[in-house]
Design a protein around this ligand. Structure first.
Ligand code: SF4
Length: 294
């Protein structure tokens, strides 16, 4: 699961509970050694961080690695955040596999608030491709079952689709699965690749280019809008997106990672463009196309 919090406001607080993960996604921007090392923090350490959070936070992101590796302490954390940061919305980034357990899903439902969001990635419309991308056999079945088990929660359910050469052809089918089979999804975010970690290692299999990736997601966007599901594009520079869809392209890259090409100085939409990840810019993956006067 990506650890970037996708938001750039200074009042956003990112709580990283562990760098370990129980998946090893082929396009994960973290390196494999970070996910494999056993550095799970003790729950008391995490609880102490919650107690010492500043009081001017506007949004919290709970992430890893995989936060549900906390086991039942994940729900102690949810309860603690609800109590200490009563008015602050919390985004939980998880692969959702743990919710395949009925009991674990029930505990999420019991602890969730309307101001919470749980964001879960789906890599494909079928187990063969999803499991290949997550590099865990059975992960598709677990994630889909998990999503069904938490459908009764008060939290918003967000699906993330990281678009690569491997799954671009399948995006429409993923969206059909979401619209037809997964209850209560409120938002779908399409994510362009960050070329670090596993993604960089597997770049020949993955990198599709922002423009081709946009073409691949466009029919899916239309289907989602028809189903009244909100759609966002994360990590796409505006000049790679059709103009009518710019409102969906968010300035999603954390400020310390965002970069612009020199030519962007001459672009009329520089101020509203989200730019690129530093790794992608330095790797020269994309030739920017400055937009003329608006
Ligand atoms: S030229 Fe640069 S600033 Fe303009 S849309 Fe493209 S990436 Fe953004």
């Amino acid at each position: 699961m990506e650890t970037d919090n996708w938001r750039t406001n200074i009042n956003d607080y990112t709580l990283v509970v562990t760098s370990a993960c129980n998946s090893n996604c082929i396009m994960c921007p973290s390196p494999e050694y970070a996910r494999r090392k056993n550095d799970a923090r003790s729950y008391s350490e995490i609880e102490e961080e919650v107690l010492n959070m500043p009081d001017n936070i506007k949004h919290i992101t709970v992430t890893g690695g995989e936060p549900t590796l906390l086991g039942k302490n994940f729900f102690s954390l949810m309860a603690s955040l609800s109590e200490r940061q009563r008015l602050v919305p919390v985004l939980y980034l998880t692969n959702g596999r743990a919710f395949a357990s009925y009991e674990y899903g029930r505990l999420f439902v019991a602890n969730s608030r309307e101001s919470d969001t749980v964001a879960i990635p789906i890599h494909a419309s079928n187990s063969a491709l999803h499991d290949r991308i997550a590099q865990v056999e059975g992960s598709f079945a677990q994630t889909v079952k998990g999503l069904k088990n938490i459908a009764l929660s008060k939290a918003c359910i967000e699906i993330r689709i990281v678009v690569s050469k491997l799954n671009a052809y399948d995006v429409k089918q993923i969206v059909q699965l979401i619209v037809g089979d997964l209850p209560r999804v409120t938002v779908v975010n399409f994510i362009a690749l960050e070329m670090t970690g596993n993604a960089a290692k597997n770049k020949d299999d993955l990198w599709i280019g922002y423009e081709k990736a946009f073409v691949a997601v466009k029919p899916g966007i239309e289907l989602l809008l028809k189903g009244k599901i909100e759609v966002n594009l994360y990590n796409w520079p505006l000049c790679a997106v059709e103009r009518g869809y710019w409102g969906m392209a968010k300035q999603s890259i954390s400020s310390y990672k965002v970069r612009f090409a020199q030519e962007c100085e001459f672009c009329s939409v520089r101020e509203i463009c989200g730019g690129e990840f530093a790794s992608n810019r330095f790797g020269n993956y994309f030739a920017v196309k400055p937009v003329g006067g608006m």
